[in-house]
Design a binder for this molecule. Structure first.
Ligand SMILES: C[S@@+](CC[C@H](N)C(=O)[O-])C[C@H]1O[C@@H](n2cnc3c(N)ncnc32)[C@H](O)[C@@H]1O
Length: 254
């Protein structure tokens, strides 16, 4: 069975994942000016949002609050990409590219996906800045591991589809290795995680119930993003996530 993220782009899980990813990228860019970005399971560069779609119970629900939300990096980027209404959605890697462009800094990225159709979309992409990406067709877990010894400290996103049982243990292994190499690591899950290796690294889990912020996603109740990074970064993201959830929980202004 092959996973296709096209069916899920912009759903409630993506909103939580991409909100935190953009916050982390923005924070690191303010410190470093240039970003090295690595992603083990990248998916397509961009998605067209078509009806019906999971995004209608996800990002669509935020659109009504855009005036308040667009101060957050993720929503600001989406707003710029969609001047005539919500139609286009960035994959995680393009979101990071847009975050670097917003502040005018550099990006060097290595990204993996195992699906040849995804590879073709990266090959054919006509997006300014696409030359910043090196796309690798193959297994992202072993690909990222092979890079860890030679690359500068990077921001790593681990976002497997969990179609294989061992995805979970391989993700934990990559999280540990990244943290030991002093990388900033984000790891996404559609449910709470009990396998976080707190013993090995500075880790914080940001979890959210979709119903708490007016969203839903098939059978899933919520999602969690796990971050291994500096104390300051973890505190910063904590505060920003709280602010976002507070806005989404408030009734809409009349
Ligand atoms: C959840 S999607 C990625 C979504 C993307 N990170 C985003 O947020 O926009 C997971 C992707 O992993 C790919 N995949 C599955 N097994 C893989 C593996 N072993 N190595 C690399 N990619 C894999 C799938 O083809 C799919 O595109």
């Amino acid at each position: 069975m092959r996973y296709n993220h096209r069916n899920h782009a912009g759903n409630a899980g993506d909103v939580w994942k991409h909100f935190i990813l953009a916050e982390v990228a923005e924070y690191l860019l303010a410190k470093e000016k240039n970003l090295v970005y690595i992603e083990s399971h990248v998916g397509y560069p961009e998605y067209a949002l078509e009806k019906p779609g999971e995004w209608q119970n996800g990002i669509s629900n935020c659109w009504k609050r855009l005036d308040v939300l667009k101060e957050f990096s993720y929503f600001g980027i989406l707003n710029n990409m969609n001047p005539s209404g919500l139609m286009n959605y960035p994959g995680s890697a393009v979101l990071v590219l847009k975050a670097t462009e917003k502040v005018g800094f550099g990006l060097k990225a290595d990204v993996w996906d195992i699906n040849p159709e995804v590879a073709a979309s990266w090959h054919d992409i006509a997006l300014p800045g696409a030359d910043k990406f090196r796309f690798h067709l193959g297994d992202g877990f072993s690909g990222v591991r092979s890079l860890m010894d030679s690359s500068d400290p990077a921001l790593l996103l681990i976002d497997p589809p969990y179609l294989e049982k061992r995805d979970l243990e391989r993700a934990v292994d990559l999280l540990k290795r990244g943290a030991c190499s002093r990388w900033t690591v984000l790891w996404w899950q559609m449910a709470d995680v009990d396998a976080i290796p707190k013993k090995y690294c500075n880790v914080k889990m940001y979890s959210a119930n979709f119903s708490d912020f007016g969203m839903s996603c098939d059978k899933w109740r919520g999602a969690a993003m796990i971050l291994s990074g500096s104390d300051d970064l973890r505190d910063h993201v904590n505060q920003r996530a709280k602010n976002f959830l507070r806005i989404m929980r408030c009734p809409e202004p009349i």
